[in-house]
Ligand binder design. Structure first.
Ligand SMILES: Cc1cc2nc3c(=O)[nH]c(=O)nc-3n(C[C@H](O)[C@H](O)[C@H](O)COP(=O)(O)OP(=O)(O)OC[C@H]3O[C@@H](n4cnc5c(N)ncnc54)[C@H](O)[C@@H]3O)c2cc1C
Length: 400
């Protein structure tokens, strides 16, 4: 007999695992379908962005602290001219390999929901135009159909659920390509995440994020439209910085690339709003293109959208209404929570694309406490990111 659930969640990353865990805790019948076997790697910078509210509700912060991680006390920016600017955080953050972090969130799903691993969803099942379930294949080749009142697509940047509902939109102006690798032995790691606006990768950035145990996550990222225009080869750009850049080649002198760790992936960013619902389905996280356009952080937003999807699944189950019209409420709630942040971060991304402005802001901030404090509030408090288009900010900058 075909399995039948209240909710099927496709994808066990932080977005899908959050959603499945919360639905299970609320007493709903839910199955999480995941094509990999956990723990699994996920190409990422490993900066565990601030989904503190959701992390607390899942009770995972202490579990993270017990595992290998790096405590992060601030962010270091450097300008194309090589000026360095430190912005300390008010409270520490974390970097942790996704191999570890995602498994912590995934365990919450395992503890609260049915989970089928090594099951790849290939097709959406439809009835009268509405999604009513999924079809997929187990590792041993067995095919299975699983039915549900609601399907949650949390299957990442190339989401099958988004693809087959016509929602997948990897618009090159609103998608970033990034590569990352793990290095052991990078000199001068200071418990900061480092974002470097270096000439080799403009308009984009080079990052170094310590992840604990003497290892750093190192990478570069750039908006696809610029990457195409510049015919940029991302791994080559990263290697050029590491091997030839006057500042960084010394720091990587004795660093060892961890075999097999150089990988690339795409980041659908929320500088453009995409459709994330329809009859019988909603999308969360990367499947809904919810990555911050400036920082490239998407873990927090995937978890926040996973939480909101769980709330709306419960509402839909109570109302017995799984129509696209009803689920518009989900999309509006996500945008209500994240929309202003996306807009503000998009503005910052655009500033970062202008070399002379990046040089000027970092140089002045390195000299002026007043400018540093303005930037500090922009880093910590998303509301203040709007100041980047406030003429008063530039006046302060010119007078500093
Ligand atoms: C190079 C790079 C650097 C980044 N750096 C950061 C950073 O430092 N901090 C940050 O917050 N974010 C960062 N991001 C973004 C972050 O990785 C994503 O936003 C985040 O992983 C989104 O989580 P998710 O749960 O939506 O999707 P994912 O984490 O991608 O999880 C999707 C899951 O779905 C599964 N799946 C896919 N297809 C199927 C299928 N057909 N059937 C069943 N299962 C399926 C996959 O195996 C996977 O486990 C970075 C991204 C990249 C590419």
């Amino acid at each position: 007999m075909a399995k039948n659930y209240d909710v099927v969640v496709v994808g066990g990353g932080p977005g899908g695992s959050t959603c499945a865990a919360l639905l299970g805790k609320a007493g709903k019948t839910v199955v999480l379908l995941e094509k990999a076997r956990f723990p699994r790697d996920k190409t990422c910078g490993d900066a565990i962005s601030g989904s503190l509210r959701v992390q607390k509700s899942l009770n995972i912060i202490e579990k993270l602290k017990e595992q290998t991680h790096a405590e992060i006390n601030g962010v270091e920016f450097s300008s194309p001219e090589g000026v360095i600017l430190d912005i300390p955080f008010a409270s520490p953050g974390f970097c942790c390999k996704r191999f570890i972090y995602d498994n912590i969130v995934f365990q919450e799903a395992l503890n609260n929901a049915d989970v089928i691993q090594e099951f790849e969803v290939s097709e959406l099942l439809k009835q009268d135009g509405r999604i009513v379930g999924v079809k997929g294949r187990h590792k041993d080749g067995r095919e299975e159909e699983i039915y549900a009142k609601l399907v949650v697509g949390a299957d990442g940047a190339y989401s099958v659920v988004a693809q087959q509902t016509g929602c997948l939109d990897l618009d090159e102006r609103h998608t970033i390509t990034a590569v990352r690798a793990y290095y052991r032995g990078v000199k001068n790691l200071r418990g900061m995440i480092e974002l470097h606006f270096v000439d080799e990768i403009l308009p984009g950035y080079f990052w170094i994020f310590p992840v604990g145990d003497g290892v750093a996550n190192v990478g570069v990222g750039m908006v696809d439209s610029f990457m195409k225009k510049k015919k940029q080869n991302m791994p080559n750009a990263m290697m050029k910085i590491i091997k030839e850049n006057a500042i960084f080649k010394q720091r990587f002198e004795v660093a060892e690339l961890q075999p097999g760790s150089l990988k690339g992936w795409r980041l659908p960013v929320g500088s453009k709003r995409r459709t994330m619902h329809g009859d019988g389905f909603v999308l969360v996280g990367d499947a809904a293109a919810l990555i911050d356009p400036f920082t490239g952080e998407g873990i927090a937003n995937s978890m926040v959208s996973g939480e909101i999807a769980a709330e709306w699944a419960i509402k839909a189950l109570e109302a017995g209404n799984f129509s696209g019209e009803f689920l518009q409420g989900y999309e509006d709630a996500v945008w209500q929570e994240l929309g202003a942040k996306m807009k503000a971060s998009y503005r910052l991304q655009k500033i970062g694309n202008i070399k002379f402005l990046t040089n000027m802001i970092i140089k002045k901030a390195a000299r002026s406490e007043q400018i540093r404090n303005s930037l500090k509030s922009m880093v910590e408090d998303i509301e203040h990111r709007n100041n980047i288009i406030n003429p008063a900010f530039y006046l302060k900058l010119l007078l500093a």
